[in-house]
Design a protein around this ligand. Sequence first.
Ligand SMILES: O=P(O)(O)OC[C@H]1C[C@H](OP(=O)(O)OP(=O)(O)O)[C@H](O)[C@@H]1O
Length: 280
Amino acid sequence: KKLKRSGRLVDMTHYLLQHPHQLVSLSYFSDRYQSAKSSISEDLTIVKDIFESQGFGSLLTIAGASGGVKYVPMVNDNEGQAFVNELCKKLEDEKRLLPGGYLYMMDILGSPRLMNEVGRLFAAVFSSQQIDAVMTVATKGIPLAYAIGTYLDVPVSIVRRDHRVTEGSMVSINYVSGSTKRIQTMSLARRSLEEGANVLIVDDFMKAGGTAKGMMDLLQEFHANVVGIGVLVEAEDAAAEKRLVDDYVSVTRLEEVNDKERLVKAVPGNVLEKLKEVKQ
Ligand SMILES: O=P(O)(O)OC[C@H]1C[C@H](OP(=O)(O)OP(=O)(O)O)[C@H](O)[C@@H]1O
C-alpha cells in the first residue's frame, strides 16, 4: 500500500534511526515509497529540521550521484546534562566502595539502558571524527565499547590481558596499570585492526591512566591513529603526578572516594563541554 507523506515520514525516521552513520541514497527511499525524488527530498527536509531543532540528531546530505543522507546521532544539551547528573547520583552510593579507591560498577555496566545512553553520548561527542574502530580492554570496558560502536556503526576491538591461541597471532605490549603498579601485558590479535586504522579508545574507569596509555602504545604497534579516549568514570589518582595520558573525555569524575567516612562524591566530567564544542 502506497504511503502518504505522514506515513513516509514515520517509516523514514524509523529506518534512519536504525541505520546511524550509514549513507542512504534518495533512490533507496523513492523505490521504498514509490515516490518521486523531489517528494523524498521534501520529506527529508522535514525530518532534518525536527532532528536538528530537537537536538537528537543531524541529517547530513551528501550531494551527487552516489549521494544521499546520513543520520548522525546527537544528544540534546539538557538531556545530556540530566543523564550525567543521573550517573553521578548513582555513583554516590557508599555501598559501591571497594578497597583501593575502586567502585563497584557492574550494575551500571550491566544496564542496557544506561550503556545505550552513554553510547549515544560518546558517539555524539566524536560524531565529526573519522573513526574506523572502537578499542577497549577486557572486561568492564566491553559493554561501553559495543554501545558506542552501535551508534558510530563501527566494529569493536577487544584487547586482552592474557594470550589465547583462539585469537591467532597477537601483538603484545607491557604496561603499568597505575592502579596496581604492576607490570602487566595486553595483547591484540593481528587480525583485529588494519594498519593505519583510526581508533577511539574507551574504558569504564580511568585511575592513573596506565591502561589507556597501554592501549595507545599497542596502537603504535599497529601504526594506527588514536582519534580520542573516552572513559565513563575518571578517578582522582593522587599517586600519579600527571595522568599518563592527558587528552581524554570523561562522563563523570570522582571528586572524593573516602573509605573511612564511607563517602563518594561524583561530579560531571568534561563530556558536556566536549558535546557543546562539537555543535559549534
Ligand atoms: O587507569 P588505570 O590505573 O590503568 O586503571 C583503570 C583500569 C583498571 C580497571 O580494570 P580491571 O578492573 O583491572 O579489569 P577488568 O576491566 O577486566 O575488570 C578498569 O576497568 C580499567 O581498565
